[in-house]
Design a protein around this ligand. Structure first.
Ligand SMILES: Nc1ncnc2c1ncn2[C@@H]1O[C@H](COP(=O)(O)OP(=O)(O)OP(=O)(O)O)[C@@H](O)[C@H]1O
Ligand SMILES: [Mg+2]
Length: 152
């Protein structure tokens, strides 16, 4: 069952075709990498998936409907730069993401301790447990940009 369905999508700017005839079915939970030469249209395609732009032709459906035009928790982009708080450890960056998602503001006391344990479990799952206490600037580019989410 396809979760993201892209059907014959084209995108052009000022009459110049950037993306042509893109067809794609992605199952829920699948991990997909888009690889291509610089300028081939990867970021353009991600903007279409985020509904930042509308395709010149074709259709994109996510979970059975058109992609929502407003930001939502079901989609995210992690920019290769500016994606972390430089003054917080890797662990506390992960905790911050959870605190934003809950809308409760900054965590303190027992809630903070529990969130740090969850952050450590998450970091272990993606192979970054060894850098939990480090600051982003001390990591290599590959480490600091490691993420299960899409990147531009
Ligand atoms: N808003 C726009 N108006 C006009 N041309 C654009 C626009 N956005 C992208 N382009 C052009 O579309 C082409 C694809 O750009 P895009 O940024 O999608 O490539 P990319 O695959 O993400 O490249 P990179 O690997 O360098 O990030 C480029 O030639 C770019 O100049
Ligand atoms: Mg790009």
């Amino acid at each position: 069952m396809s979760f993201v369905t892209v059907t014959d999508v084209w995108q052009s700017y000022g009459g110049r075709s950037i993306i042509e005839r893109v067809n794609l079915d992605v199952a829920e939970g699948a991990f997909v990498s888009i690889v291509g030469a610089s300028g081939c249209g990867k970021s353009t395609f991600l903007r279409l998936l985020l509904a930042d732009e509308t395709p010149s032709r074709g259709e994109i459906r996510i979970d059975g409907g058109p992609p929502a035009r407003e930001p939502g928790r079901e989609r995210g982009v992690v920019f290769q730069r500016y994606s972390v708080f430089p003054h917080m450890t890797v662990r506390d960056n992960v905790v911050a993401a959870e605190s934003f998602a809950t809308g409760l503001g900054r965590f303190f006391g027992g809630r903070l301790r529990a969130a740090r344990e969850r952050a450590d479990a998450t970091l272990a799952r993606i192979g970054l447990a060894h850098v939990a206490a480090q600051y982003p600037a001390t990591l290599s580019g590959a480490c600091s940009s490691a993420s299960p989410s899409a990147r531009r």
